[in-house]
Design a protein around this ligand. Structure first.
Ligand SMILES: NC(=O)c1ccc[n+]([C@@H]2O[C@H](COP(=O)([O-])OP(=O)(O)OC[C@H]3O[C@@H](n4cnc5c(N)ncnc54)[C@H](O)[C@@H]3O)[C@@H](O)[C@H]2O)c1
Ligand SMILES: N[C@H](CO)Cc1c[nH]c[nH+]1
Ligand SMILES: [Zn+2]
Length: 433
């Protein structure tokens, strides 16, 4: 794992190189995804079945073999050991309660002349949620996508999830049951995204696709955007820890592992003003790594894209963190609140030594689908607002038409758009004079 110091002359260049992430824009991935999407658009179910058999090492004959009903989801739910079912239900309850706070409502007001202005808020009719499943199964991602959609009042939720080698995961299916998913297709990658975007004989066309995934999923979402809405183009998981040097180094090492274990290209970074503490975290990493079941992935991720960075003080740590704009920011310091107003860009901020990022992944309540790859500079967590849309409301009164008509007439003539001007002028009281 790289050790860097903000005092190095070439630190800015090194940091930039560390953050560079090209996979989602890899021309080879884009070309492969374009071919898959076009094929699914042209051949529908048959293409989805072929790509699923190829990429997920399966041998199904038709789309029926990739379709799960609510009854099959319920059966998976009922098969779970009670303590597992209870944990899933407890997480779902907390996530639902948090997201209920985000529900936006229609609003309007009236001008003094009786003109009404406002916004009507409506849920989307049908959404597709992508649940990743190539390298790990993610029941928590089912909850994080489906529950905000449910809270928003979305009419129908269609889920896609790959099942490599045909192995279905009961926790994933049970989570879909608990969250109220209507239909599940066990396919993934670009072919699943294309099926949702264009519709096939079996997969209904959706209005928006949400959810994270690998480079193929990200490229496919970018490609179908416009035909359908998307939430964001997600990259690999990231964690940035700012530590004052007083947290148990084993805790910090494990927090870095927790995101590194997602993917060889995940990113885990520590910022700390104490070189001595960084050395202790390094020792913890060496001590703890051999026992980790996903050691190879963690090792690759920390080696490829991880870093332990010595900074001059916590103020500088905040400034560097703002530049990195991480998906997850752990503020493992004595007084986390004191630093909040210095932190402007992060998908989620985990405050204090007891707040491990992993609690947010599963059950704290906030969404774990977050902006990655520096997009927290302009993007927000997945939320109920992603499943609602707004229509402007305008009802102009007779008196309002007199006032607005004159203004619009002047501006329309200024643009040389006479029909616009006349439409406003015809409604003026003196129009016929
Ligand atoms: N942001 C979040 O909330 C969140 C949550 C969970 C996981 N993640 C991230 O999502 C990603 C999940 O990736 P994953 O790979 O495990 O699962 P995935 O479901 O995103 O991708 C698996 C699919 O990729 C396709 N694929 C694989 N190789 C291909 C190839 N050579 N050509 C064409 N298609 C191919 C296959 O169709 C396969 O079904 C990880 O980076 C993980 O960190 C993010
Ligand atoms: N950390 C992931 C988002 O980057 C979400 C997740 C799901 N399960 C475990 N973690
Ligand atoms: Zn995670």
């Amino acid at each position: 794992m790289q050790r860097l110091s903000s005092s190095q002359a070439d630190f800015d260049a090194r940091l930039k190189a560390l953050l560079a992430f090209e996979t989602a824009q890899d021309p080879a991935v884009d070309a492969a995804v374009a071919a898959i999407c076009d094929d699914v658009k042209a051949r529908g179910d048959a293409a989805v079945v072929e790509y699923t058999n190829r990429f997920d090492r399966m041998s199904v004959a038709d789309m029926a073999a990739l379709t799960l009903s609510r009854e099959q989801l319920q059966a998976a739910h009922d098969r779970l050991p009670a303590h597992v079912r209870e944990a899933l239900e407890a997480a779902a309850e907390r996530v639902r309660r948090y997201h209920e706070k985000q529900l936006a409502h229609s609003w309007s007001y009236e001008d003094e002349d009786g003109t009404l202005l406002g916004q009507q808020v409506t849920p989307l009719d049908r959404v597709g949620i992508y649940v990743p499943g190539g390298k790990a199964a993610y029941p928590s991602s089912v909850l994080m996508n489906a529950l905000p959609a449910k809270v928003a009042g979305v009419g129908e939720i269609i889920m896609v999830v790959p099942t490599p080698n045909g192995e279905q995961n009961d926790l994933v299916l049970a989570a879909a049951y608990i969250a109220g998913v209507d239909k599940v297709f066990t396919c993934g990658g670009a072919q699943a995204v294309a099926a949702l975007a264009y519709g096939t004989e079996s997969v209904p066309q959706v209005d928006k696709i949400t959810g994270p995934g690998n480079a193929y999923v990200a490229a496919a979402k970018r490609r179908v955007f416009g035909v359908v809405g998307i939430d964001m183009v997600a990259g690999p998981s990231e964690i940035l820890v700012i530590c004052d040097g007083d947290t148990d180094p084993d805790w910090i090492a494990m927090d870095l592992f927790s995101q590194a274990e997602h993917d060889e290209i995940a990113q885990a970074i520590l910022l700390c003003p104490s070189a001595d503490y960084i050395a202790r975290v390094e020792a913890s990493i060496e001590k703890l790594l051999p026992a980790m079941p996903r050691r190879a992935i963690i090792e690759a991720s920390l080696g490829n894209r991880g870093a332990l960075i010595e900074v001059s003080d916590l103020d500088e740590a905040c400034a560097i963190s703002n530049y990195i704009a991480p998906e997850h920011l752990e503020l493992s310091v004595a007084q986390p609140e004191a630093w909040l107003d210095k932190l402007r860009h992060a998908g989620a901020i985990f405050m204090g030594r007891f707040t491990s990022e992993s609690l947010g992944d599963y059950c704290a309540g906030p969404n774990h689908v977050l902006p990655t790859s520096r997009t927290a500079r302009f993007a927000s967590p997945l939320g109920v607002y992603d499943f609602q849309k707004r229509s402007s409301l305008i009802r102009v009164s007779h008196a309002g038409a007199q006032k607005l008509g004159k203004i619009a007439s002047v501006l329309a003539h200024g643009e040389g758009l006479t029909a616009h001007a006349r439409a406003a002028e015809l409604r003026l009281d003196q129009a016929g004079d």
